[in-house]
Design a protein around this ligand. Structure first.
Ligand SMILES: [Zn+2]
Ligand SMILES: [Zn+2]
Length: 198
């Protein structure tokens, strides 16, 4: 296993098939769209917020804080990568049979581990099966994992820095684009919602 994958596991907290699926998707992105994004040159739009996204953030450099990782919450294991310079974009969609096959033993053990009723031996057995399943993903031919298509999408505008002003109720500094007006006062969203509920 190469160092970058090891670091991605550390970043995510555990090894799982979701993470390694993300590693594979990130490899497609790095190859087809561009190298690790130190700036905002590459934008990722992810359609899930599950494990895979941590590998995508870590390996592609598209991150929430830079504004070039966008969660479009539609619950699909699909990822779009856009290169700003020339607009090249691909959508990587996990195939229905892309996930490793279901293993009843692993499933039953997982239930026990989650319920807190697994013995120590069962827990170790579960972790072994989970790790094997995750690592197997690294060797599956790419065309079995994903459908990859070039798409035409507009990259969102680069993140802009906005001024902050204090909320008239709580006094906390709030980005001006998030300020709501209520009875002529500038309120942050939580204070606005509170005021409206009264
Ligand atoms: Zn995970
Ligand atoms: Zn407030």
């Amino acid at each position: 296993m190469d160092d970058r994958i090891r670091q991605a596991i550390d970043f995510h907290g555990h090894l799982c098939a979701g993470l390694t699926m993300g590693v594979r998707a990130a490899r497609v992105a790095l190859r087809e769209v561009g190298p690790h994004a130190a700036d905002e040159e590459v934008v990722a739009i992810v359609e899930t917020d599950m494990c895979a996204v941590d590998a995508i953030q870590f390996l592609t450099g598209c991150t929430f804080g830079k504004g070039n990782l966008i969660h479009r919450d539609v619950g699909k294991n699909a990822y779009t990568f856009i290169r700003r310079s020339d607009g090249k974009a691909i959508r990587v969609v996990t195939r229905p049979d892309g996930w490793p096959p279901h293993d009843p033993e692993r499933g039953a053990l997982r239930e026990k581990v989650r319920a807190g009723t697994a013995t120590e031996a069962e827990e170790r057995r579960y972790e072994k099966l989970r790790d094997e399943r995750a690592l197997a993903v690294l060797d599956v031919p790419e065309e079995r994992l994903f459908d990859v298509q070039e798409v035409r999408v507009q990259a969102p505008r680069p993140a802009r820095v906005h001024a902050s002003i204090p909320c008239a109720d709580c006094g906390e500094m709030t980005m001006e684009t998030r300020i709501r007006r209520s009875d002529g006062r500038n309120l942050c969203i939580p204070c606005f919602e509170h005021a409206e509920a009264r």
